[in-house]
Design a protein around this ligand. Structure first.
Ligand code: GLA
Length: 380
């Protein structure tokens, strides 16, 4: 039942207590965000998880050795936060395979079964399992396997979000076949930041490693390029369009890291855009890839169900104004996407039908600097 959980969006609240501009994670914040998700269209667009990231724990375990929530931040306990279920939402939590989390709170090492049972008893629906503070690569791998089996043993359906490959690199090539047996999605690369250079680096890494990572993605297991940062401070409109379009092409799990109580109508429109989310969630479950790179333009495609393709044209040139990229439709789908003809619809930055094209046609697309034009091409 991969559609039910693995790929639906997660609203993630990271620990941002070091910044004055951003709210400290607390029980009240999680509940307020859940309310906004249920009442302002987020849940209905598909974002059904409220995810707690690092720093939710008290500095020590309880007398029975169980993890416990920080009494100041989450005074009523995680079980109470799990009442987001009554709003039709699910709850995600965070732990770490090593002795400590990345921020220095208690990790799950030596407590995998107990922690899985604790999370399950609280009503948790997703576990993000970080990879800091593991002594050896062997312990890291054993820990990721062990926690997966421990979650299964609880009998509760819990999405398992890993960072296993990220922590293996650069010492060891990840065995993605094995990772997919244990994890529902996995981070390959560094943390996203609210900046264009971060988005650009993640896209560059993904294109560089596409021969290894694209083929493994599919129902049950996905590459996770990290969260959507749309709706914060760092991205221009064109860059926000690029993140949304490219995360759809990459079949990325959609986790937002932002403050939904204070979000612009434009960011909300983009994040709740049904056509883009439908591409992201396409039932064929194939990840897209870069076809060519030319004159600072990148052409990507993602095969979709119903003989369709998502096509993204990204303009990586940061200076100047909009530029035109012209390409032959024979480049798409190994020449088959538009054979003998296809309809073309622009999805982003605004929706518009472009009409029918024969397979020998070329398309000319105008793209803003650092922006993306996302098209859906369907063979009739
Ligand atoms: C690591 C993870 C991030 C985040 C932080 C929290 O860096 O990769 O996604 O969870 O830890 O400390």
């Amino acid at each position: 039942p991969w559609r039910t959980c693995q790929k639906r969006g997660c609203h993630v609240l990271r620990s941002l207590s070091w910044s004055r501009r951003l709210p400290v994670p607390s029980e009240q914040l999680f509940m307020e965000m859940a309310e906004v998700m249920a009442t302002e269209g987020w849940r209905d667009a598909g974002y059904e998880f409220v995810c707690i990231d690092d720093c939710w724990m008290a500095p020590t375990r309880d007398r029975q050795g169980r993890l416990q929530a920080d009494p100041k931040r989450v005074p009523s306990g995680i079980r109470r936060v799990a009442q987001v279920h009554s709003k039709g939402l699910k709850l995600g939590i965070y732990s770490d395979v090593g002795n400590k989390t990345c921020a220095g709170f208690p990790g799950s090492y030596n407590h995998y079964d107990l922690d899985a049972q604790t999370f399950s008893s609280w009503g948790v629906d997703l576990l993000k399992f970080d990879g800091c503070n593991s002594d050896t690569l062997e312990l890291l791998a054993e820990g990721y396997r062990h926690m997966s089996l421990a979650l299964n043993k609880t009998g509760r359906s819990i999405v398992y979000s890993c960072e296993w490959p990220l922590y293996l690199r650069p010492m060891q090539q990840p065995n993605y076949t094995e990772i997919k047996q244990y994890c529902n999605h996995w981070r390959n690369f560094h943390d996203v930041y609210d900046s264009w250079s971060s988005i650009k680096t993640i896209l560059g890494w993904t294109a560089l490693h596409q021969d290894t990572i694209v083929k493994i993605a599919g129902p049950g297991g996905w590459n996770d390029p990290d969260m959507l940062v749309i709706g914060n401070f760092g991205l221009s409109w064109d860059q926000a369009v690029t993140q949304m379009a490219m995360w759809a092409v990459m079949a990325a799990p959609l986790f937002m890291s932002n403050d939904l109580r204070h979000i612009s109508p434009d960011a909300k429109w983009l994040l709740q855009n049904k056509e883009v989310i439908a591409i992201n969630q396409d039932p064929l479950g194939k990840q897209g890839y870069q076809i060519t790179k030319d004159m600072n333009f990148e052409l990507w495609e993602r095969p979709l169900s119903g003989q369709a393709y998502a096509v993204a044209v990204l303009n990586q040139q940061e200076i100047g104004g909009p530029r035109n990229f012209t390409f032959s439709l024979t480049l798409l789908g190994n020449g088959l996407a538009c054979n003998p003809a296809c309809s073309v619809r622009q999805v982003l930055p605004a929706s518009r039908d472009w009409g029918f094209y024969s397979w020998v046609s070329s398309l000319s697309v105008e793209v803003n600097p650092t922006g993306t034009v996302l098209l859906k091409v369907v063979a009739p």
